[in-house]
Design a binder for this molecule. Structure first.
Ligand code: ADP
Ligand code: MG
Length: 503
């Protein structure tokens, strides 16, 4: 038979739950043990009490019956003395039977289910309920006859009574006295089977209750665990998909630190990935630059040599030329010089350039350079302010390159600054770095250009080469320094160069 699909799934999921939740299985087992044992104990105890109670009740009932009988019996029925003096035992028994049996019948209506009767010491069974005339005159068992020896009411178990046949019965035997002598006894019986049955019924009831309670508790716990498991699965799925929503782990506050760790790891991965992307882009850019640089270096070398030859010939031709031609030759030579200057600048960018590193005082290099910078600034009507640090700032550097760096930066500043503007140059020691600052009150650099200004050939000027800042960058890289730029359109630009100080 194919199992019902839903039921099948239900068990499957339950099964899965237990596989992923060995804790639940253990909890279940413990719960079953801890609930079943005390409950079962209580159930047996309870049934035992119930049985005892029932027994007492029956005993009480039997005593009551016996007492009622004793009260309803005629004051004296000592037939040996009265009505039937000299009669045969059988007749005496019949006389007494007729006298007592109606009384028993009356009581039997009030107390159904019990057996009782009157037993005469000499005549034996005289009257009895349930009625059975065949038993008249039968002899009682020894247990019942114990009453004649002990002389008081006896409660005994009898395995073979008159009224209930071979069943085990509980019997109360109540002695009757006449003139100080026991003349017989009233008995009242109840089946022990009834008591046992009541005991088992009680036990069954309590045990059923136990099973129901157990089932309810286990179902409740199962539901809780299942629910928990569902939330946990949902949470795991949520985390897997990158979610960090509070609502999902409200049920599991213990997991919060774990989630924080996951979140921070994720953030770190994201940051690292972003950094990686940036580095890759930078590497690609450098590769491109390197290639261009390599080609350019070769080309520059090839151009410079013929240019030197051309310049030499033109100089020679100049000597022989007339005045008008001399002016034209001068222009050619000037242009060739300009080209040469550009080419030289270009070579400065070459990556395998030789640098001559030495220990220098930056203040000194810049102070020596200031007159040259001032000449350029003066031509453009720009005021120059120079504030060097008070103490010497020693760096390992190629002084020619530092000079080139400062000239490029100040030239750009002067070119960007209108007349009456200010160019400020300063040096300072900040932490472990020597800071060179070149600030101007010029046009500023628009934000969309800031990223590009260090690229070779990026220029916004008609006659610019776009190499000045690229050279600055390569010089700073060779000196293990860094350069920062802050600029605001219309109000000026500040370039800050940091170089490691030699303490
Ligand atoms: P070039 O000076 O030949 O244009 P650079 O590499 O020196 O090449 O400079 C690149 C560009 O950066 C310049 O064209 C200019 O737009 C911008 N720039 C550099 N310095 C400044 C400055 N101090 N103020 C304004 N813009 C500047
Ligand atoms: Mg420039």
């Amino acid at each position: 038979m194919i199992p019902d699909v839903t039921v099948f799934r239900f068990f499957r999921s339950g099964d899965l739950m237990f596989q992923s939740f060995p804790l639940a299985r253990r909890a279940y087992l413990l719960m079953v043990i801890f609930i079943t044992i005390p409950f079962a104990f209580l159930a047996f105890q309870h049934a035992q009490y119930a049985k005892q109670h029932l027994l007492n009740e029956k005993k009480q009932a039997l005593l009551t019956i016996a007492t009622i009988l004793e009260q309803r019996f005629p004051d004296s029925f000592d037939i040996t003395a009265d009505d039937s003096r000299g009669a045969e035992a059988v007749d005496k028994r019949r006389i007494l039977y007729n006298k007592l049996q109606p009384i028993l019948r009356e009581v039997a209506i009030e107390w159904p289910g019990y057996g009782f009767g009157y037993y005469d010491k000499d005549l034996r069974v005289v009257a009895l309920i349930p009625e059975d005339t065949r038993l008249l005159g039968a002899t009682a068992t020894d247990e019942a006859l114990e009453v004649y020896r002990s002389k008081h009411t006896e409660t005994v178990y009898i395995s073979n009574g008159f009224t209930h046949g071979n069943a085990i019965i509980l019997s109360v035997n109540y002695p009757l006295y006449h003139r100080g002598e026991i003349i017989g006894h009233i008995w009242a019986n109840a089946r022990d089977k009834d008591i046992q049955a009541a005991y088992y019924a009680e036990l069954g009831k309590t045990l059923s209750l136990l099973v129901i309670i157990l089932l309810v508790i286990l179902t409740g716990v199962w539901w809780l665990i299942w629910n928990n498991n569902c939330s946990l699965t949902k949470l795991a799925e949520h985390i897997k998909q990158g979610g960090e929503e509070e609502a999902y782990f409200r049920d599991f506050p213990q997991i919060k630190p774990l989630l924080d760790t996951v979140a921070s790891l994720r953030q770190r991965l994201r940051n690292e990935y972003a950094a990686q992307v940036k580095v890759s882009a930078e590497i690609a850019r450098l590769d491109r630059l390197n290639l261009i640089g390599d080609i350019a270096t070769g080309v520059v070398h090839e151009i410079r040599n013929p240019m030197t030859v051309i310049r030499g010939y033109i100089q020679r031709m100049m000597l022989k030329a007339d005045a008008s031609q001399t002016a034209q030759y001068a222009i050619i030579i000037e242009e060739i010089d300009r080209m040469n200057e550009t080419l030289t600048a270009f070579l400065t960018l070459a990556k395998n350039r030789r640098v001559e590193i030495g220990l220098h005082n930056i203040n000194l290099i810049i102070s020596n350079l200031m007159p040259l910078i001032e000449v350029g600034a003066y031509k453009a009507g720009v005021k120059v302010e120079y504030s060097p640090a008070e103490r010497p700032l020693m760096v390992y550097a190629d002084d020619k390159e530092i000079r080139q760096l400062m000239l490029n930066l100040t030239r750009n500043a002067i070119e960007a600054t209108p007349a009456k503007g200010v160019l400020s140059v300063s040096t300072a020691l900040i932490g472990n770095a020597v800071c060179l600052t070149v600030a101007d009150t010029g046009s500023g650099i628009p934000p969309w250009n800031i990223e590009k200004i260090f690229d070779p050939f990026f220029t916004t000027k008609d006659t610019g080469t776009g190499l000045g800042l690229a050279i600055c960058k390569s010089i700073i890289d060779r000196h293990h320094g860094r350069i920062d730029v802050h600029s605001r359109r219309g109000s000026g630009t500040v370039f800050t160069v940091e170089l490691p100080v030699v303490a």
